[in-house]
Ligand binder design. Sequence first.
Ligand SMILES: [Zn+2]
Length: 275
Amino acid sequence: MTITESLVKTAAPAPRKIRRAIAELLAPLEQIAATSPNLVANHDAQFEMDGESYELPRYLFVGPRGGDTPIRVGIFAGIHGDEPEGVHALVQFIKLLEAKPELATGYYLSFYPVCNPTGFEDNTRHSRAGKDLNREFWRNTAEPEVRLLQAELISRSFQGIISLHTDDTSDGFYGFAHGATLTKSLIAPALSAAEKFLPRDVRPVIDGFPARNGIIRHAYEGILNAPPKIRPRPFEIILETPAAPPEYLKELAFVSALQTILLEYNKFIAYAPNL
Ligand SMILES: [Zn+2]
């Protein structure tokens, strides 16, 4: 190989798809975390993929003190890398909380806005390892993102778990309700809140599952959820936005659904001692 050939070889690596920038996306949160008394950024969850090092970004929002011990809720987005709506919505939601911390009164909110960093960069559902990470939970997986998330789910023992997704086969907003019995009474008002911005998917069958008023009780195996043996089960809500509507409406629908869940669960907690 001549010097010129070898220069050409090193100067022109195999063409790579343009990657979406995670740092740019999260910059507003980093800025807030730098000065906010409420928001803490944590960059310690690292993993390797094809020799590159990656981070599973984590943020903790500590709301003003409520009456009792703080309520721990985990909020997850972007486990499918080609569903940026939830990722953007979490950035908006955290900005809203920073402006109005009282919305998070009584809560410790753990945010995982980009659960599949390589898939997000590549704009693919699967991770760069070719896995649908949302089918890998609690199955002795080797996928590092899932192992990091499982460790969070174990150590934080959330009372509530909320995941945001996008469904490009649906024209309406809908959700899955699992776990604690009260989940139903949280998701119904959340869907009503989202309905101010996006129509609800009222089909009797959504995504192959029977549905009522946009609520599905069934679940895929291996999805992000609480550790299998945990009792009592936390409330587990998956919110699905349709893909087609304008970006700002999808974000508003997610943000107002999230706000509603926090509000409703707080009411439930307030009444719980009398039940
Ligand atoms: Zn998804």
